[in-house]
Write a protein that binds this ligand. Sequence first.
Ligand code: ATP
Length: 142
Amino acid sequence: MVKEERSAGAVIYRKEDNQVYFLVLWYPAGHWDFPKGNIEPGESDIQTVRREVYEETGITDLEFVFGFREKIEYYYRRGGETVHKEVVFYLAKTRQKEVRLSYEHKGYAWLTFEEAYKRVTYKNSKEVLRKAYNYLKKLGEI
Ligand code: ATP
C-alpha cells in the first residue's frame, strides 16, 4: 500500500541592493529545500503556505507572485511504508530578512540564484527554483 501525502510550499525571495536572494531551509533528514508542509484538511494550498512559512520561519510578509505554481512529486520510505508525495510550490516576495527557525529545521540561508541552485538537494526542487528565477526575469522583477 502506498500512502499519499500532499504538501504546499513557497520559493521565497527578497531584494537587497538590487540583488535577489532565495530562502532555503536545512531539513533534519539532511536535505536543503524551500519551506513547505502538509496540507491539512479544509485548507487551501495558499493557506497552508502562509501557515507553514510562519511556523517554519516566522515570516508573515508574503506577496505571492501571480501565476506561478509548480508541482513536484517523489516517493520515500517511512517506517515500513512507501509514501508518494506531491508538493505544490508558489513564489512569494518578502521584505522580512530576519528568520526565526522552529525546531523542525537545522538551519537556513538567503542565497543568490546560483548559490541556491547548488545548495538545494533534489533535482526536482532545483528545477522549481530555475522556473521561479526565469519567471521573475520575464516579469522584469530581476
Ligand atoms: P514537509 O516539509 O512537507 O512536512 P517533511 O519534512 O516531513 O516534509 P520531506 O521533506 O518530504 O519531509 O522529506 C521526506 C523524505 O523525502 C526524506 O527522506 C527526504 O530525503 C525525501 N525528499 C524530500 N524532498 C525530496 C525531493 N524533492 N525528491 C526526492 N526525495 C525527497
